[in-house]
Design a binder for this molecule. Sequence first.
Ligand SMILES: [Fe+2]
Ligand SMILES: [Fe+2]
Length: 686
Amino acid sequence: MNNEQSQQSATAFLEVLNGPLVGTRFPLGAETIIGRDDEDVPIQEGGIDLADTRVSRKHARIYIQRGRYYLEDCQSTNGTFLNTFRLQPDAPCVLREGSNIQVGGVHMRFRPMLNSAEASSDNNAATPWASEIGLNEEVFDLSLTANPDASASQADISMLFCPVDLPEPEISVVLDAPAVVDALREAITDDEKTSESDDLRRLRAMAQVSIGLGGEHDRESLFSKIMDFIFVIFPTAERAFVVLRDKESQEFKPAAASTREPSEEGEVLALSEAIVEEVVSQRRSILSSDAADDHRFDDQQSIQRLGIRSMMCAPLLVDNEVMGLIQIDTYRETHSFCEEDLQILTGIGAQVAIALKNFVLYEDIGHLFESFVTASVHAIEARDPTTAGHSFRVAEYSQHLATVVDQSGQKILRDINFSRDQMQELRYAALLHDFGKVGVREHVLIKAQKLYHSEMEVLEARFRYAHASLERQAYRELIDQHGELSPKEFKLRRAAMDKRLSREVAQLQRFMAMIQHANEPSVLEGEVTDDLRAVADFIFPGNDGEHVQLLTAPELDALTLARGSLTPEERLEIQSHVSHTFAFLSHIPWTASLSAVADIAHAHHEKLDGTGYPQGLVGDEIPVQSRIMAVADIFDALTAGDRPYKCSLGVDQALDILHHEARTGKVDPILVDVFIDSQAYQLFSQ
Ligand SMILES: [Fe+2]
Ligand SMILES: [Fe+2]
């Protein structure tokens, strides 16, 4: 039977929507095989040959039963899809108007009750179906758009909302959705328990499971909620267990257990391994009305020993993976559950599995990000090993301080509270507060003295050159006078020259000692200026008779720095780390709950009196988290192990400096007091 002939009598068609056969309509008989023609085994008469290598020879079939068309996968290699869902082999599904069928790479639409006039019309003409966008087409359109084989014109199809020529539906009931959801969150009262039917109570509890589990990020409260729900939904249940597969060992281990009545102290709630094995290996939900007589369990003794009378057990199943199981049972009554209960428990198992899977994903993402942050901190601290551990300690001090502030009953701190997310936000900000040091040149970052090592080497070489030049000049003078002097005079002149030379060498040595002293960052400008001026004024003759300065102007500037080891330009470069940190952190798409990380870190060098950097914020313009971090940062920088440019201070000295900073309006005096009163400074003491 060819397509034209069959179209005359067919009552249903498959219309090809993409690929080389696009537009072709295949009529459907009482049974139609969909597959691929083969020379040896041609497809049966009236069958649909899709000529696609991804299609099995006998891939699927469509048949009529009691006036309805059914689609069935015939154990195909690549599967048969109905509205994007893969059919189980030999599990037929009914076809509806507009159903999308995918076999191999070919998409087809099921079209029933096509009249002969329509069948003979041009395949490309507009059809009455064009304006009917139902759920099936919506699902199909999304899948087609995602199909790389689809041509551009087919991929243009998209969802339509609210056809303009249909009247607006009459609105009969309006509910405040958030209020309804909130009401569902609340526990069912005793009054409601008596007034509601079992069905309504179960329905309500199922909705509660769905809503309640969705937002849980804490494992303990997740399990405790599951147990609560179980006892509401199944009024006869006396015990409930959750078993989970261990990530490492892959063994199933109890994760939570609960009883309806308060359990005796020391009572051990145990599970039957026979039941766990049955559910996990077979991926089945089981109901046993009288477990002791249930022949399915080989290990009858364990069931009797555990006192199980009736029980239900459902796997926690996601993507065909058994994550664990839920069991509820009774030890008093047999026949406590019915088949409907088992269906509900299976549904709850699926919801719990999704919640657990989300929970695991959430934890994995958290660990992944935590590891990334840790690796980033190690990377930046590797550039300056003497600061190793600084960021982690600042994070610990900051979190400790924030916790104390959060719990403080002091009037002035009572309004400052930190949620769990805000604590996490502070932690990330503290861990990454100095990350911008990646933008600072390494020799500047670790500069230990006013002159770099290489500059000092050049200076020392110039001193040796000066020594040699002075010596050479003296001997040349002596040689020039040699012919004019008697041996005695020559001897006297030489002795005088040696004496002068010794004085000059001694002077050079004094100058070098002055420079080495002035080179220390702890030496202040006033202590050395005059001495260094004398060094800078010292000039010696070069090889070519030119005048050479013992100390250059840039060297003099560096050695007469007011404080520390950095020139003003280098200080600015170091300070730029805060802006680099902010730029770096601003590139990370933080979640809403962590959105302030960049701003908190940006303000860690701000001072209350506006003398900080880089923004010059004043007082309350500085986030309280940044003020907390500033106290932690200063304390750790002062007390951490020796750095090249400074020795570490004792705790008392560091606290004195913090007090001084507070008195002079730099850091928050209340936070300094909290830091000291809470003994936060002892966190890392031995
Ligand atoms: Fe910093
Ligand atoms: Fe720091």
